[in-house]
Write a new protein. Structure first.
Length: 68
């Protein structure tokens, strides 16, 4: 396994773990602040847009800008 393959796999695995951990942090923050159903929905909605933006950026780079 060369360095480029390792870096690609490590980035995907570590970012997935980081996103899951951030979801846990948001959940715990919502529970401790007693945000309610709508507050929890808004917290995860905003976090989801951030994750969706990152995934969309990767999609644009891999499939539209740099065709293989």
């Amino acid at each position: 396994m060369d360095e480029a393959v390792f870096s690609t796999w490590a980035l995907r695995i570590c970012l997935t773990g980081l996103i899951l951990f951030l979801g846990f942090i948001v959940y715990k923050l919502g529970k401790e602040s007693k945000a309610g159903k709508f507050g929890m929905f808004m917290l995860f909605f905003v976090l989801g847009f951030g994750v969706l933006g990152f995934v969309f950026k990767e999609f644009l780079i891999n499939f539209l800008v740099i065709p293989k």
